[in-house]
Design a protein around this ligand. Sequence first.
Ligand code: MGD
Ligand code: MGD
Ligand code: MO
Length: 568
Amino acid sequence: MNSNNKVACPLDCYDACQGQMIENNIKGSKEHKTTNGKLCVNFANLLKEKNLEKAIYEGKEISLDESLNILVDKLKQTTPIKTLFYKGSGNIGVMQSVTKNFFTLYGSTLTRGSLCDGGGGAGIEAGRTNVINPPLEKLLNADVIVVWGRNFSVTSSHMYNLVKDKTFVTIDPVCTDIAKKSKIHMQINPKTDYELALLLTRFAHMQDLEDKEFIEEFGNNADDFFDISRGRPVVSYEATTGIPLSLVNDFFDLIENKNVAIMVGLGVQKYFEGSQIMRCIDSFAAFMGYHKKEAGGVWYLSNSAFGYKKPFEIKGNNKKVSIPKVDFGSYDLVFIQGANPVVSHPNTKKVIEGLKNSFVVYFGTTLNETCEYANLIIPSTSFLSKKDVRLSYGHELKSISQIVKEKTQESLSEYELTNFLLEKFGFEKLKDEDEIISYFENHKPNLEEFETFEFLDELDIEPLYKQKTQDNFYFITAKNKNSLNSQFSKDDFVYLNSKTNFKDGDIVNISSKYGNAKFEVKIDDDIKENCAFFFAGNKNANYLTPADEDEDSFSAMYQEVLVQIELS
Ligand SMILES: Nc1nc2c(c(=O)[nH]1)N[C@H]1C(S)=C(S)[C@@H](COP(=O)(O)OP(=O)(O)OC[C@H]3O[C@@H](n4cnc5c(=O)[nH]c(N)nc54)[C@H](O)[C@@H]3O)O[C@H]1N2
Ligand SMILES: Nc1nc2c(c(=O)[nH]1)N[C@H]1C(S)=C(S)[C@@H](COP(=O)(O)OP(=O)(O)OC[C@H]3O[C@@H](n4cnc5c(=O)[nH]c(N)nc54)[C@H](O)[C@@H]3O)O[C@H]1N2
Ligand SMILES: [Mo]
């Protein structure tokens, strides 16, 4: 029997599960704590995908060798800086990043920042240097879990399963699945989480609940932070956040003398000042001393590569562009790997116009909306037929991928493509694949905790509610249970509360200052009445979003926008 039977789920998700091939079926591993013997609906969806098996040039199938020759010729004919390397997160195995090694040496323009968690990460770094999560054990030992801008039971269903019997509090404008299971749901107005964090800080102080020892030993500027929270009358927060003070009282009753875990998600930071908002929440947690308790703490999307050397990263002085601001049309050649910018990148109109004006190479496993604008499509090998390791941004466990299925001849892994290009251009080849993988497999990073915590001491945020009128809506976009960003099932609806007076099936024109598109309405009273909700992967939602960066981290800010809705 083939002893290679491990399969890591490659999908961009907190859980990073470990599977095992047993008699031609892949089962969730029982030894991997978060996987706990089960795999999810999206893993099943992934197995059903129809993988690309042929290269395509200008709409016609060609052989893999021909496609590689075209790529090499094009790269040789183009000024390197006029090429863009754009990598998405369709597969987030460690080995996916080796391609950057070639494009760095070759001299391509690279991207910086993120379409995902960058703003929040910058906020955490400002307070405690590294974006790392506490060990999973501390979550398992917490009493109360505060789910803050995260759809916990949907976007990390395995982590949720380990703690599902605990007491939950949810802070979310949407009455999510986890909000329904929570003792307290604070249905907050979008982009007011920093105000709630300040209000909680104020209440904590009034009830003498702050952790004075933590503040004394680790905290810098805690007084300044507290002063910010004192700047406004307590009652004024009710109207802006939409949260009754009575709920805040209930919250403190619930958490008194309890070990508290705060699970923060993307929701709080999809804004221009996302970093400050996250830092405000993290500062509240520090005020309570949650970062250094026996159990509990603050979880976010951690830097999963923290504490690992980068065995294939090359330092270059390549030009870098902020990812949300990328103008595809200003490059002669764009190389897109594992991404679907036509759906997932902000401002779809600008993306499509740009792609039409460039020679687009798509390197991926499946055909997606971006392929429509690709001149050359090179098939990437399925995750079942290439080696990899998965680190996780949700917890400290890893999973391994071995080759469990023979690959088709007409595809290449990221490792193979990189070595091919390195050789063609006379650069040094990559280290041995097994050597790289075994380093990641065996190295245990030292997740050192911080020695000082810098509290937020100045706050400058322009709330969206100042521009909010009776006639516009907050734009909310979040993940779907049955899809992984733009992969798998499609949902192009706009979800609205019935109090908006729209009806199921209405066709509406939605516009923002960045663009407009048509949507079919679905009525859903889980959505707050001042919000218009769209799932990630909705092919029209990003016509409405800004192709611009947040203030701190070159990252997208999908929700820094209000929209108008009219019957069409
Ligand atoms: N099933 C599934 N799982 C996934 C993914 C998927 O597509 N499908 N995607 C993966 C990826 S790439 C990522 S980055 C993670 C992200 O996973 P999460 O961190 O859960 O992120 P989102 O689903 O984008 O948003 C989380 C919540 O924030 C809420 N929210 C929106 N605006 C605000 C606000 O202003 N304040 C507050 N408090 N809440 C707000 C939304 O209503 C939503 O419930 O999930 C991963 N897991
Ligand atoms: N409106 C809206 N937009 C969003 C978000 C949102 O919540 N709402 N979320 C944002 C977030 S958090 C993220 S992370 C981004 C994600 O945005 P992207 O990184 O663009 O991810 P996807 O759109 O899922 O596209 C991934 C593609 O990778 C390909 N792929 C899969 N496996 C492999 C592989 O092994 N190798 C290669 N080469 N390709 C592979 C698949 O075919 C798939 O089409 O989207 C962002 N955009
Ligand atoms: Mo993401």
